[in-house]
Design a protein around this ligand. Structure first.
Ligand SMILES: *Cc1c(COP(=O)(O)O)cnc(C)c1O
Length: 223
């Protein structure tokens, strides 16, 4: 199956109103071009440096929208300013403040989601559920940022459905619109539970080269 075939198969099952974000981390620019040629416009990347190289290499593609879906060091927020359509994984006020500042400097507004640590694992990224309301209030008070919704990555060993349901309830309570949830293995469940954005990588592009792999198409350097 080609990338175009896999995209078509997913789109056939995706309800209207749900945005398919093609997760292209560690994939070469040519794979993104192939997906773009098949009509895909939203792409998700995780590593700031790798993404910047690819964004430059693909600057000729009109209408391509970048989603930054990975954890982000505060000092890298400046690279995203004015270039990323949606930042999916804001999990602390310091990062939100820096995104607001840097997008504001470019006359732009940062559109963001809060990543919620639905699994409650100490080691993982994401804002603890009991602190999301306070974080949302802090983000809403910043000048150049729009809080659009919530995002989660359930623990891989769990049944994702209760986590998706909990995220939706939290989203409803906060009066937000977007719900970024579901990956290759569980996007159908996420859609059933109300996802407005699904982040699908390997089911579109096939197996992923490791992050920082050498000898491939260049941009997959460490970031
Ligand atoms: C890599 C990644 C995905 C896509 O994972 P697949 O299992 O390949 O679909 C989705 N979301 C985030 C945050 C990721 O890091």
């Amino acid at each position: 199956m080609t990338i175009a075939d896999r995209l078509a198969a997913i789109r056939a099952d995706l309800p209207a109103g749900v945005t398919l974000v093609a997760v292209s981390k560690t994939q070469p620019p040519e794979a993104i071009r192939e997906a773009y040629a098949a009509g895909q416009r939203d792409f998700g990347e995780n590593y700031a440096q790798e993404w910047r190289a690819k964004a430059d290499a693909l600057a000729d593609l009109p209408g391509l929208r970048w989603h930054f879906i990975g954890g982000l060091q505060t000092n890298k927020a400046k690279y995203l300013a004015g270039r990323v359509a949606l930042v999916h994984a804001v999990d602390r006020e310091e990062l939100a403040a820096e995104l607001s500042r840097r997008f504001g400097q470019k006359g732009a507004t940062a559109r963001v989601l809060l990543e919620v640590n639905v699994g409650g694992e100490a080691s993982k990224e994401g804002c603890p559920p009991d602190r999301v309301e306070a974080l949302a209030a802090a983000v809403r008070a910043l000048p150049s940022i729009e809080l659009a919704g919530l995002m989660c990555i359930p623990p891989p060993e769990d049944d994702p459905r209760p986590h998706f349901r909990a995220l939706r309830a939290l989203r409803d309570r906060l009066g937000l619109r977007e719900l970024s949830m579901g990956m290759s293995a569980d996007w159908r469940i996420a859609v059933e539970e109300g996802a407005t954005l699904v982040r699908v990588g390997s089911a579109i592009f096939g197996a992923r080269p490791p992050h920082g792999a050498r000898g491939g198409a260049g941009p997959a350097t460490a970031s």
